[in-house]
Ligand binder design. Structure first.
Ligand code: OSB
Ligand code: MG
Length: 382
């Protein structure tokens, strides 16, 4: 595959409803899409940064900068045998996993098309459908939260994840558990607690949660091991795991019993498959997390979720939960038994709606291998 053309776009997309986590509220998404052209085929991927540096250190704007000013220069015009071969080309970059993942993942889409294989098959996926859960943002109103859960369960979703933060934790979980005694339920704190909060987190043990995701500091492993020893509820790590070394350390230290794998957070498919392999060899179940992606990022999450270790329902849900209109065709749909059918067509398995993408684009840069310099720069006022 020769990397002949790269296009980076920023899209403005309004979520159907604001999404609140312990680190902030999002309504207007700034989505970055990468398109790579090689051998006449287009590969697509999403850079899954959030707008501010509050989930990890990256933002839409840092990713734009790193992608344009470093990644493109390192890879444009280069030829790789396999998508994994692009990873060493950008290895000198420290951090910025999401920006790097955008490039690598687009090449996987191309490679799958070249092999006339679904992306899932090329990755070694073994499932023809994947189990789905939902992640529910923090709600001001308890009645509204309970009604939302009713609706998600009626739609078939297999587990409910509640975002929590100090002051919106034990009582919220108690009310939800009282109303839904049997539902597989978990919570995600997005690093809102400290080890000194262990007594409060122990109160959650009584609600039979499948796990508590990322309770402590975003860059910690060691303190999670101390906390896990104090809790019956399994700890799941999200923010803390940036690569396979982190996963191995966390497992060996006893810092978690589950790992949430996000393609962007670990820097792309190569590293995600390594994390998956380590977890599988140690009997640690994994599931695929979400970053409020557009259909492009979501389609990649579906492919990843077909690997054998993804035994638990992920935060991979239907397009219509987030968007009035998604940018892929068909939109992602979830069955009444809470599953997504994995597409079998070559590549990503969904078609990018170019017209829709163009309508939503607020800035765009294209690089050709022959010229090296950006040949089109287009900026619309947002
Ligand atoms: O921690 O899993 C998280 C959204 C943005 C940033 C971090 C997280 C989330 C979610 C939503 O939980 C997942 C989704 O539905 O895309
Ligand atoms: Mg999380």
């Amino acid at each position: 595959m020769k990397i002949e053309l790269i296009t980076l776009r920023e899209l403005k997309m309004l979520l159907k409803a604001p999404f609140e986590t312990s680190f902030g509220t999002t309504l207007e998404r700034r989505i970055l899409l990468v398109e790579v052209v090689s051998d006449g085929l287009s590969g697509w991927a999403e850079i899954t940064t959030q707008e501010g540096p509050f989930y990890n250190g990256e933002t839409t704007d840092t990713a734009w900068h790193i992608f344009c000013d470093f990644i493109v220069r390192m890879v444009l015009g280069k030829t790789v045998e396999h998508p994994e071969d692009v990873v060493p080309l950008t290895q000198a970059i420290r951090g910025h996993e999401m920006a790097r993942a955008g490039l690598e993942n687009a090449l996987w889409d191309i490679a799958a098309q070249e092999e006339r294989s679904s992306l899932s098959h090329l990755l070694g996926g073994t499932r023809d459908e994947i189990p789905c859960g939902v992640s529910l943002g923090i709600q001001a109103d308890m009645g509204k939260l309970l009604r939302t859960i009713d609706r998600e369960l009626a739609d078939g979703y297999q587990r409910i994840k509640l975002k929590i933060k100090p002051g919106k934790d034990v009582d919220v979980v108690r009310s939800v558990r009282a109303r839904f005694p049997e539902v597989p339920l978990m919570v995600d704190a997005n690093s809102a607690y400290r080890l000194t909060d262990a007594p409060l987190l122990q109160e959650l043990d009584q609600f039979d949660l499948t796990m508590i995701e990322q309770p402590l500091n975003w860059d910690d492993i060691y303190l999670h091991a101390k906390l896990q020893r104090e809790l019956r509820t399994p700890v799941c790590l999200d923010e803390s795991i940036h690569n396979a070394r982190h996963a191995e350390a966390a497992i060996e230290l006893g810092a978690c019993q589950v790992i949430n794998i996000k393609l962007g957070r670990v820097g792309g498919y190569s590293e995600a498959r390594r994390v998956h392999q380590i977890c599988r060899s140690r009997g640690i179940p994994v599931w695929c997390g979400g970053m409020l992606e557009s259909g492009v990022g979501r389609a990649h999450n579906i492919a990843l979720s077909t690997l054998p270790g993804f035994e638990l329902p992920g935060d991979v849900s239907a397009s219509r939960r987030y968007w009035h209109e998604d940018i892929i065709e068909p939109e992602i749909e979830v069955s009444l038994s809470g599953t997504i059918r994995v597409p079998l067509t070559p590549g990503l398995g969904y078609t990018v709606r170019r017209k829709r993408v163009d309508q939503l684009t607020v800035r765009k840069q294209t690089w050709h291998a022959t010229t090296q310099v950006p040949v089109t720069v287009e900026t619309q006022s947002p």
